[in-house]
Structure formats: C-alpha cells, structure tokens
Design a protein around this ligand. Structure first.
Ligand SMILES: Cc1cc2nc3c(=O)[nH]c(=O)nc-3n(C[C@H](O)[C@H](O)[C@H](O)COP(=O)(O)OP(=O)(O)OC[C@H]3O[C@@H](n4cnc5c(N)ncnc54)[C@H](O)[C@@H]3O)c2cc1C
Length: 376
C-alpha cells in the first residue's frame, strides 16, 4: 500500500513507524523545518499502543518516568508526594520533550524505510474511491492508495475533504509552557506548585530539558509573544520557590521561551474518512491534557490504523474497522477529560470519591488502576 501522510507531528511520525514497519510504502510530508513544542506526559495506558507500533523501549529510554512528584504549596513547601491533598494518587507519567519524541519516531520510521520530506506540503489532492492524486510542493506528482491527514487541530484537509464545519474552538484552561534547561540539583524530581486558580509544574524530561508549565483556570485573551512573556511572568509572581525562581529567570532572559495556548475540546463526527482520505490525531479530535491527552490519542490512532490496515487488505474495510475501533474510545476520553476538568484545576488527577473517578478507572484505564505499577 502506498500512503501519503500529511503532517510530521506526533500522529504522522507514529503512523509512519507502524506502516513502514509492516513494509508499506510511506511518504511523510511536513511543511515546517523547525520542531516546536515543549513536553508531553503519557499515562500508563499508552503502553499497549507504543508496543504495537514497536517503539515502546525507545520512547521509554528517551523520556523521564515521573515516579516521584512533589506536590508543593506556592512557597515551595512540600505538602505531599505523588498524592494530591484529597488523597488521590497520581498516575505515573512518562514525560518526554515533544521535539525529542518527534525526532526519535522520525528516525525509527526512516530506518524502517519511510520517506520524510521537509519542508514540503501538498499543492493539490484529488480524492476518489480508488486512490488520491497528489501534487506536492517539491514537484512530485503521484497517486497514493491512502492519504492520511495528520495535519493538526486546524487541519485544512478536514475542512476541504471531510467536514467543512467541525472545528475546535479555544476554551479553558490556558497553559503557558516552556522547555527549559534542566538543573538536576534544583529539580532532581518533578514538582507541582499550587497557587490560586493556577498551578506551576516542572517535570524533568530525560533529555537535558525540563517541561515547565503554568496552568491558568481563567483563559487569557490573544497575546503576542512579548505580551505572553510579560503576562506569564506576572502570573508567576505569586509563587516563591527556588524552582519557580529558576523558571522566572529563564523566561525573563529569553522572551521566546513561553508559549501560550488555550485548551480546546473537539470531536469530528464519524466517519473521519471519505474515499481514500482519513483524519487522525488532532485533526480528528482535541481534548484537555488531564487524562493523558491528545498526543496519547494521536499515538493510539496511529497504532489502531496500522492494525486495521494489517488485518484488512481492502482499504475501505480497513478504514471502517479503524473507525469502529476509535470513535467510541476517543469520544469517552474527550467526555471524561471535560468532566474531570469541571471538577477543578487539576493536573494528572481527579477527585477521589467522585463517580467520574470510579467510572474512568474502570472503563478507560481499567487495566492500570491509580497507584499500580508505574510503567508507561
Ligand atoms: C497546553 C497543552 C498541553 C498538552 N499536553 C499534553 C500531554 O501532556 N499529553 C498529551 O498526550 N497531549 C498533550 N497535548 C496535546 C498534544 O500536543 C496534541 O494532541 C498532539 O501534538 C497532536 O499531534 P498531531 O500530530 O495530531 O498534531 P500536531 O502535533 O499539531 O502536528 C501536525 C503537523 O502537521 C503539520 N502540517 C499542518 N498542515 C500541513 C500541511 N498542509 N502540509 C504539511 N504539513 C502540515 C504541522 O506543521 C505539524 O507539524 C497538549 C496540548 C496542549 C495545547
């Protein structure tokens, strides 16, 4: 099968690993040269998809398993370890820098034979029940059996080929995020600092960088880069600890450090495909990152689509199989993420004694109850 994957983000490179691993002819096109982004945290339930894609060991070796998380007050006094004040134990996350993960998966995919073209986009796609004719910006004209739109939340392919009205709208909360140099003395383990309607988290990522974020319950209006830095520094003023001082110093010295994004919740109605074009990852769904999140769902999509293709030599049957494997699962994660968010400003957790907690543990993360073996 000859596949064109549009978008070399998490979903695109993960799928390239899966399909190229099965011996398919895979081309990934990515329009940007730089790899943006800060950190990602994966809950244990992602293990099976990483294993299915054959990348589990490599991803594990490139990230940091956050087995200890110190929960602190705004002045840096440790309140609990791995346990929120309400008694809920945190799921152990594998934390990894987004650029590290993308480079790693890209390398694995190309080792398995995938082509990765960058900076390249498509000029024209002609979809039909038998294939997609594609004209690419590097001059290539070719026909593909399948085109996968892994082109992110603002997917143009979604709008032009699958669903012209469904799109994510910015919601709450908002996150200021940065990938900062990791000072191991100051930050031997992950720290979370709780302020008023906001949290600061700083997690080692295992690659010499730390993933730092400021979660704000009340979303900020649109800001340019200078305003983002200024507003982020202002909001950090309420925190007072060596770790947050370190973050503040880095952000004030490098005004490109902090990015700001509001969380979006979005699910494209089924089906996510038409003829030979299919959406995966953020192009199909976005959600708050409080039950692992969109990158986990993107990797699950990639594993599921690879598996559907392996089981079904007919592409239309593979796409129908993929859809039935994914829609209900993603719908439930999006719904839970929204419900968890409504319980308050939380990170990697949710209130004990809530019906949401029990239902989620059972149906979504059933195989990995909170507090159990911490292997992602
Ligand atoms: C604040 C915040 C925190 C998050 N934290 C987590 C977390 O802890 N855990 C987690 O699992 N998820 C998290 N997420 C979500 C996660 O970042 C996304 O779900 C994930 O990056 C989606 O991957 P993707 O490949 O679908 O899209 P993207 O990563 O957006 O990649 C899309 C790629 O397509 C390329 N592209 C677009 N159009 C074209 C085109 N026409 N031609 C060629 N290339 C194109 C883009 O340049 C980009 O590289 C978080 C998100 C936010 C906002």
């Amino acid at each position: 099968m000859k596949t064109l994957i549009v978008g070399g983000g998490i979903a695109g490179v993960a799928l390239a690993c899966g399909l190229a691993g099965q011996g398919h002819d895979v081309t990934v096109i990515e329009r940007e040269l730089a790899i943006h982004g800060s950190g990602l945290g994966f809950w244990p339930y992602l293990a099976s998809s990483l294993k299915q894609l054959g990348v589990y060991d490599e991803v594990h070796a490139s990230g940091h398993l956050a087995e200890r998380v110190l929960m602190c007050d705004r002045n840096g006094n440790v309140v609990t370890e791995n346990v929120r004040e309400d008694g809920t134990r945190l799921h152990t996350e594998l934390v990894i820098a987004r650029p590290t993960l993308i480079r790693l998966l890209r390398e694995i995919a190309t080792d398995r034979g995938a082509k990765y073209l960058q900076p390249v986009t498509y000029i024209r796609l002609e979809n039909s029940p038998t294939g997609v004719r594609a004209q690419l910006s590097d001059g290539t004209n070719d026909t593909f059996d399948l085109v996968v739109a892994a082109d992110g939340a603002n997917s143009e392919i979604r709008t032009n080929f699958i669903n012209s009205v469904s799109k994510p709208m910015p919601g709450a909360p908002g996150f200021f995020r940065a990938l900062i140099p990791h000072d191991e003395t100051l930050l031997p383990v992950a720290h979370v600092f709780e302020g008023s309607r906001k949290l600061v988290f700083i997690y080692p990522t295992g690659s010499g960088k730390a993933y730092a974020g400021l979660y704000v319950s009340d979303p900020e209006p649109h800001m340019d880069q200078e305003e983002t830095t200024q507003r982020g520094l202002e909001l950090l003023e309420e925190f007072n600890s060596p770790q947050v001082d370190h973050l503040r110093k880095i952000v004030s010295e490098d005004s490109s450090m902090f990015t700001y994004r509001r969380v979006t919740t979005h699910l494209v109605p089924a089906p996510w495909y038409r003829d030979r074009i299919v959406l995966i990852g953020d192009a199909a769904h976005t959600m708050p990152p409080n039950v692992s999140g969109g990158a986990s769902m993107a990797i699950e999509d990639a594993a599921a689509l690879s598996e559907s293709v392996r089981r079904n030599p007919q592409i239309d049957e593979a796409l129908a199989d993929f859809m039935s494997a994914r829609f209900d699962r993603v719908e439930s994660v999006v719904r839970y993420a929204g419900e968890v968010l409504s319980l308050g400003p939380m990170l990697n957790s949710f209130a004990a004694n809530s019906p949401v907690h029990d239902e989620m543990i059972e149906s979504l993360l059933g195989q990995v109850p909170a507090g159990e073996p911490p292997r992602v």
